[in-house]
Design a binder for this molecule. Structure first.
Ligand code: SF4
Length: 216
């Protein structure tokens, strides 16, 4: 088991797992938050894994934004099938913002990047991890380490904690930001003309975005 910090080389751990497969394709469940964040992780891992996406994002506010991001993700999957031949399954659980908002309420006053986000990551990843366990996947991971606004250490530590809760499915450590992953993701997003959202997702981040806009 890995106990991480800023110097932990999560990228290398992921690479070591890929090398250990010796070309054998395993079933990977991907937690995906949106199309733009999925661009690089999917092109990087789908040559090695049979990937299924679990779109668990009840944090996204309002519901029109949730649908819009889901629509962009579906567009991306169609482009990746056309251009790379990737057959990626998409699972969309029921959208339940009420339960999420109730859960996040005690942390809503905290700023983006704080404990509020750490709980938010865990909430969504846990549901996706449970799906991976129930459906006997070989690995689980999230695309969120690609985001420059999100700490890869925190996300991988959440993954490590959830692996203890769902021990039949190993957590695949990643750091998609590394080796120009974030930049490559932006290029793929722009190449396909995907909608680039202006805020992370939840009601608090939407309000923070409105305040930033007001100041311009
Ligand atoms: S800013 Fe993003 S990660 Fe943080 S609580 Fe909101 S939706 Fe979740």
């Amino acid at each position: 088991m890995i106990e991480g910090n800023k110097k932990t080389r999560y990228y290398d751990f992921g690479e070591a797992v890929i090398a250990s497969l010796h070309g054998e394709r395993k079933k990977l469940l991907f937690h995906v938050c949106c199309g733009p964040c999925a661009c690089f992780p999917l092109t990087y891992l789908c040559p090695h894994f049979d990937a299924t996406i679990y779109y668990c994002n009840p944090n996204i506010y309002p519901s029109e934004e949730y649908e819009r991001r889901l629509g962009e993700l579906k567009k991306l999957l169609a482009y990746l099938k056309r251009d790379y031949g990737f057959e990626i399954e998409l699972v969309v659980p029921p959208y339940d913002p009420e339960a999420y908002n109730e859960f996040i309420k005690p942390y809503e006053h905290l700023p983006e990047g704080s404990e509020r986000c750490h709980h938010c990551y865990e909430y969504r990843m846990d549901e996706a991890y449970q799906y991976a366990e129930d459906h006997h996947f070989d690995y689980f991971t999230t695309v969120m380490t690609v985001s420059r606004q999100k700490s890869s250490v925190v996300l991988n530590e959440v993954g490590r904690k959830l692996e203890l809760k769902h021990p039949s499915v190993p957590y695949l450590y990643t750091d998609f930001k590394k080796k120009d992953g974030a930049l490559t993701g932006v290029k793929i997003r722009d190449h396909y003309g995907l909608y680039n959202q202006q805020y992370c997702g939840c009601r608090a981040s939407y309000n923070e975005y409105l305040k930033r806009k007001e100041k311009l």
